[in-house]
Design a protein around this ligand. Structure first.
Ligand SMILES: Nc1ncnc2c1ncn2[C@@H]1O[C@H](COP(=O)(O)OP(=O)(O)O)[C@@H](O)[C@H]1O
Ligand SMILES: [Mg+2]
Length: 378
C-alpha cells in the first residue's frame, strides 16, 4: 500500500499543501515547529479519522478557519483509491472515491499506517488507560469487527454501571435485569479478550527477533495482563470465571457503582529480561522496544493481508545512536513506503539518502528534492 499524494486544506499550519510521495523512503527535514509532524498527523488522521495528538478535533483546523479537508491518493495492489476526510461544524465526513462512508468502521482499515512518534513513550510510561487505547486502535485497524464489538461492549458496560448505581440508591431494583446485562456483557468481554490475546500472541511471534535486529539485544516480550486467568482459553472457561467474579463481588460492585472485572481493566507490559521496561528500561530502550512492537505489527498485517502498511516515523532519529539509526533504516530498506521526519540527516548512510525523497520544510512551505523510486507501485 502506498500514498501517492496528499492534499491539505486548512489543516494545522497548512492553508493549502500538495505533496507527492515516493514509494520508498521519504524524509521530511526542518527546524522545530515548522509543521513536519503535522504532515504525518494528517496522514494518520486520514487513516484513522482522528489524531493521536489531540482529542479535540477542532485543534486540527487552521486557526481562524472553520473547516479542514485532507485528501489522499492511495494505491493498493496497483488499484488507485481516493480517500478524504473533512471536519466542519464539529461533524466529520469521510469519503472513499468521492462516496460518503457513513459508518466509521467501514472506513477505517482502508488506509493502514503504522506510526512511531515521541508520544509512544506516554503509552509505556502512562496509565493502563493509555495502553488499552493503544490496543483498541491497533486491533481495530486490523479488524473492523473488533471495533463494532468493542463499541457494543462499552455500551453494555456503561448500562451495567448505571444500573449498579441505581441498585445502590433503589433497594427494590430488579436483579433479573442486572443478570441480563451481566450475561450480555460477558459475551462481549469474551470476544474482546480473544482479540487482544490473539493480537499479543501474534506480536510475540516476531517481537524478539525484530528487537534483536534493531538493538543487538535479546529477549523482548509483550505480556497481556488481565484480571481473570486466560490460561485455559475457552469461551466456557472465561464465562465461568467472569460469572464467578461478578457473583462474588456483587455487593462491592453495587456499593462502588462500577463493574470491577473485565477487559476495561486490562493492561500489558513490555518485558526485557523478566523486567517491565516501564520501570527498568532506559528511554532509548523503551523507544526501541516500541519501534520493534510497531514492526511486529507490520509483519502480522502483511502475513494476514499480503499488504504492506505505510510506515510513519516521527522524530525517530533524535533518540537513537548512529548504529541504531542505521539498523533501523536497514530494517526498513525500501521495501516499505516510509515517511520520516527529522531535524537533519546527520549520521544516516549516504546510499539511503541518495535513494530517498527529501522534503525541506520552512515557513509553511515545502520544497521537494530527489525521490528515485526504489520500486514500482505496490
Ligand atoms: N490549528 C492550527 N492552526 C495553525 N497553526 C497550527 C495549528 N496547530 C499547530 N499549528 C502550528 O504548527 C506548528 C507545529 O507543527 P509541528 O508539525 O508540530 O512542528 P514540527 O516541525 O516541530 O514537527 C507550530 O508552529 C504551530 O503553531
Ligand atoms: Mg515534530
Amino acid at each position: 500500500m502506498v500514498i501517492k499524494k496528499i492534499k491539505l486544506i486548512n489543516f494545522r499550519n497548512y492553508k493549502n499543501l500538495n505533496l507527492k510521495f515516493s514509494d520508498g523512503i521519504n524524509i521530511i527535514i526542518g527546524n522545530n515547529a515548522q509543521g513536519k509532524t503535522n504532515i504525518l498527523e494528517s496522514i494518520y488522521t486520514l487513516a484513522l479519522t482522528k489524531s493521536y495528538r489531540t482529542t479535540n478535533d477542532f485543534n486540527l483546523i487552521r486557526t481562524g478557519q472553520e473547516k479542514f479537508i485532507i485528501t489522499g491518493d492511495i494505491k493498493v495492489d496497483k488499484v488507485p483509491k481516493k480517500m478524504s476526510i473533512e471536519l466542519y461544524n464539529n461533524k466529520k465526513m469521510v469519503k472513499i472515491n468521492d462516496n460518503i462512508v457513513r459508518k466509521i468502521s467501514d472506513y477505517i482499515g482502508n488506509l493502514v499506517v503504522i506510526l512511531s512518534s515521541p508520544e509512544d513513550l506516554n503509552i509505556i510510561k502512562g496509565s493502563p488507560i493509555e495502553r488499552r487505547n493503544f490496543l483498541n486502535i491497533e486491533i481495530s485497524q486490523k479488524s473492523n469487527i473488533y471495533l463494532k464489538k468493542y463499541n457494543e461492549f462499552n455500551k453494555l458496560l456503561k448500562m451495567r454501571n448505571d444500573y449498579l448505581k441505581l441498585l445502590y440508591t433503589n433497594s427494590i431494583g430488579d436483579y433479573s435485569y442486572l443478570d441480563i446485562l451481566t450475561n450480555n456483557l460477558i459475551e462481549r468481554e469474551i470476544e474482546i479478550y480473544k482479540y487482544r490475546n490473539d493480537y499479543i500472541n501474534d506480536i510475540n511471534k516476531y517481537l524478539e527477533t525484530i528487537y534483536y535486529d534493531l538493538s543487538d539485544l535479546n529477549s523482548l516480550k509483550m505480556k497481556y495482563i488481565t484480571n481473570i486467568d486466560l490460561n485455559e482459553f475457552s469461551d466456557q472457561e472465561i464465562r465461568k470465571q467472569l460469572e464467578n467474579k461478578y457473583k462474588k463481588n456483587l455487593q462491592r460492585e453495587i456499593t462502588l457503582g462500577m463493574t470491577l472485572y473485565g477487559p476495561h481493566r486490562d493492561d500489558f507490559q513490555l518485558i526485557i529480561d523478566n523486567e517491565d521496561i516501564k520501570i527498568y528500561g532506559s528511554q532509548g530502550q523503551q523507544k526501541l522496544a516500541f519501534i520493534a512492537l510497531k514492526f511486529a505489527e507490520i509483519k502480522i498485517f502483511e502475513e494476514k493481508s499480503n499488504i504492506k502498511p505505510i510506515i510513519l516515523l516521527d522524530d525517530i532519529f533524535s533518540e537513537l545512536d548512529k548504529r541504531r539509526k542505521n539498523n533501523l533504516i536497514k530494517y526498513i530498506n525500501s521495501d516499505y513506503q516510509t515517511i520520516i521526519t527529522s531535524n537533519d540527516i546527520k549520521g544516516i548512510n549516504k546510499k539511503i539518502i541518495n535513494n530517498a525523497k527529501i522534503f525541506k520544510i520552512y515557513n509553511n512551505s515545502v520544497i521537494e528534492e530527489g525521490g528515485k523510486d526504489g520500486r514500482k507501485d505496490k
